[in-house]
Design a protein around this ligand. Structure first.
Ligand code: ARG
Length: 492
């Protein structure tokens, strides 16, 4: 239901899907403001584990009770020498405590970079903001030069961060070529992937650009870029690192809960993630080696990559026993995922062997910042989850049309009463009937915009399935785009 299909950002009732926000930009919201009204019933908290997931018990913990000798009170510090010993011991304990406290305080202060600086990841090292993105790596793992390029908006405009002006600028097409495009893709975390490099008319209304100094010799790309108010080609670089978000299928049926069977090639990025031959979660292909899923899918004891196998390009579960599964090399849950609140419910899986793309196996696009979504943007969900609440996993892949539900509405008292954080996004229908359900977790919530399919969410939680005022809740992938690129880069 398009409210405004124009494309100029900043006007109209757009819902800006924020990306590239520092994590502490959004303070964690307590579930239900204390004192204002009765806290939300515990029933509505998502369960800490996917309810259908077969739990692989790796160990059984039996409490060990070891008998301890009883100290005979009053006699310990009685004699003089013993008293002296006691005093020395007490002093030593106090001293050790003070040292530990001092170290902790020092670490705390240092990690916050109190004297104007930016922290290198979470290493505790601080560097001056002027050294950020200057082409020289100062951080222990080079984080200061990590995030200096990004793709912006639905047209994949390449932007470079200018540390002097503290802002992102589009790159002027003048003197740009494919080898620079490849370098930028590599810097973003695409291993050997490059798809297209195009000069397009800039529709962002930018009056300042980053320009290439072609005569600067064979030095680093970022050292060749300089700030300029002129761009003679009047076009900016639109860079695609991977041919993502395209399908061969054009017609889709919406007949999950309230959905319809999918046809081959409809959702080519959808994967089924198995543990011991059982479908446990869904996932989405973003590159030949990387899959996005939910962090709650890979909670202990399922965090070990050896338990998992991914199936791609197959619609029926029964065919997966014969089909080729892909072993997982790495499982990376979002570091501050909270299993109680389901905040930051996203994880990455790296395959041991890269996928070969074809009509049935293709990647979906990661959402660029500046991808303006409408408040009720139509989206699709897909998965092998239950087709009714408390039902079994489905044999066939299902898909359904849903629409985004704005955060304020989803957080209203009659819906999820402030359980929705900025790292979550709601989608579905407040009247119920159509929804994702148990077994769909980790799978995609996608939308079609500018003729490309974008991964907007990963299925996370909901209270029951398809109930009125209880829509599906998804990880807000745009918030994690930056983290995903960082991980791809660091684990390539
Ligand atoms: N947590 C569920 C899973 O592990 C997904 C539930 C989605 N629920 C919903 N009502 N949309 O599969």
């Amino acid at each position: 239901m398009a409210l405004n299909s124009g494309s100029s950002p900043g006007i109209g009732p757009y819902y800006e899907n924020h990306g590239y926000q520092p994590e502490n930009f959004y303070p964690p919201q307590p579930p239900g403001a204390p004192g204002s009204y009765a806290p939300y019933p515990a029933l509505y908290y998502p369960s800490a584990v996917p309810q259908y997931a077969p739990r692989v018990l790796t160990r059984v913990s039996t409490p060990v009770i070891s008998p301890r000798p009883k100290p005979s009170s009053g006699t310990v510090c009685s004699s003089r020498t013993k008293k002296a010993l006691c005093v020395t011991f007490a002093l030593a304990v106090i001293l050790a405590g003070a040292v530990v406290a001092a170290v902790l305080i020092w670490r705390f202060l240092e990690s916050k970079c109190p004297v104007a600086g930016i922290e290198c990841g979470s290493s505790g090292t601080c560097i001056s903001p002027s050294l950020w993105c200057d082409g020289i790596s100062h951080c222990p793992s080079g984080e200061d030069e990590d995030r200096c390029v990004r793709l912006y908006g639905p047209n994949f405009i390449l932007q470079v961060y200018s540390p002097q002006r503290k802002s992102w600028y589009p790159v002027c097409q003048d003197d740009w070529n494919d080898s620079y495009g490849r370098a930028a893709c590599r810097d973003m975390g695409y291993k050997n992937s490059f798809y297209s490099n195009q000069g397009i008319a800039d529709d962002s209304g930018a009056t300042s650009f980053m320009k290439l100094n072609a005569s600067a010799g064979n030095i680093d790309l970022y050292k060749k870029l300089y700030h300029s108010d002129a761009c003679s080609s009047k076009t900016v670089v639109a860079l695609r690192c991977i041919d993502c978000g395209v399908t061969t299928q054009t017609s889709r049926q919406s007949r999950i809960v309230g959905g319809a069977n999918a046809s081959p090639g409809d959702w080519p990025w959808q994967v089924s993630l198995h543990v011991q031959d059982v479908h446990v979660c869904g996932g989405s292909i973003i590159t030949p080696e990387w899959i996005v899923t939910a962090a709650h899918c890979v909670e202990e004891p399922l965090s070990n990559p050896r338990y998992w196998t991914a199936f791609a390009g197959i619609l029926q579960q029964s065919f997966m026993y014969y089909g080729k599964g892909y072993k997982i090399e790495k499982v990376i849950p979002y570091p501050s995922y909270d299993s109680k609140t389901k905040n930051n419910d996203i994880a990455l899986m790296k395959l041991q062997v890269p996928l070969t793309f074809n009509d049935k196996i293709r990647p979906v696009c990661l959402p660029n910042p500046g991808l303006m979504l409408e408040p009720m943007q139509p989206c699709w969900i897909s998965g092998w989850g239950a087709t009714y609440e408390k039902g079994k996993t489905s044999e066939v892949l299902n898909a359904a049309l849903v629409h985004l539900i704005e955060p304020w509405r989803c957080n209203s008292r009659s819906v999820y009463n402030n359980l929705i954080t900025p790292a979550m996004i709601c989608a579905g229908y407040l009247q119920g009937d159509v929804d994702s359900c148990q077994g769909d977790s980790g799978g995609p919530l996608v939308t079609l915009k500018s003729r490309v399919w974008w991964l907007i969410g990963d299925t996370s939680w909901g209270s029951g399935c398809a109930k009125p005022n209880r829509p599906g809740v998804y990880g807000n992938v745009t918030v994690f785009t930056d983290w995903i690129y960082q991980q791809m880069r660091a684990n390539s």
